[in-house]
Design a protein around this ligand. Sequence first.
Ligand SMILES: C[S@@+](CC[C@H](N)C(=O)[O-])C[C@H]1O[C@@H](n2cnc3c(N)ncnc32)[C@H](O)[C@@H]1O
Length: 233
Amino acid sequence: MKTSAAWRWDETVAINRDFGDRAVVAAYDERHRKFRDIDGENAAILARLELKPGEVAADFGCGTGAFARAAARRCGTVYAIDLSAAMLDYVGWKAQEEGLANLVCRPGGFLTYAHEGPPFDVLHTSLALHHLPDFWKQQALERLAGMLKPGGRLHLMDVVFQAENREANIDAWIAAMAATGGAEVADSIRAHVAKEYSTFTWILEGLLARAGFRIDRAEHSGGVLAHYYGTKA
Ligand SMILES: C[S@@+](CC[C@H](N)C(=O)[O-])C[C@H]1O[C@@H](n2cnc3c(N)ncnc32)[C@H](O)[C@@H]1O
């Protein structure tokens, strides 16, 4: 083992714990659709990114690939990238079923994926970067910047906390999720806050800037969710 490997983050831990199993993958969309308008979200993101025919896009930490599949209907090629083989199998199967020959599934993580192919015009990642602690988020964002063309566009969505009223915001979020999605969804939010690595807005904004992104637009919701639209400087 190289010396540096001894302190590298093992990004497969989250996958083996949460996303390694086919049954979990099958249940993922169903559970998320209880509290997210996934198709509406993706339509709004794609409109804001102004994805064009012929452009190359990536969905990093693609999960079941809802964004990648929507993007594939609008652009030249979409790379759906995820560490979980179970997730990618599902994306490949759905893409075939939907006749999306321009969707390419590639295994890989934020810290390990080595892109072979044209650099991306657009890179999207949602609800995935929080799997990494902040040191590793910085490494990941710099790697993502390296895969984008100069002037390439980034959309990053995740659980990100505003500092003000943080505890009250989290309680209100869990109550809202319990009301719309039920007890299981509320429990998954509690587990997220307790065990995952979502960070503060000011930290993530600093990480993005240091990775070479200009933040063009930020949308915050409930002090707990954020969308960042950026451009690689
Ligand atoms: C909560 S799901 C989000 C899926 C999808 N992007 C969405 O918005 O519904 C998180 C996804 O990130 C993937 N993931 C977790 N850690 C990762 C890493 N270090 N690199 C790449 N993907 C990762 C998981 O396998 C999973 O598919």
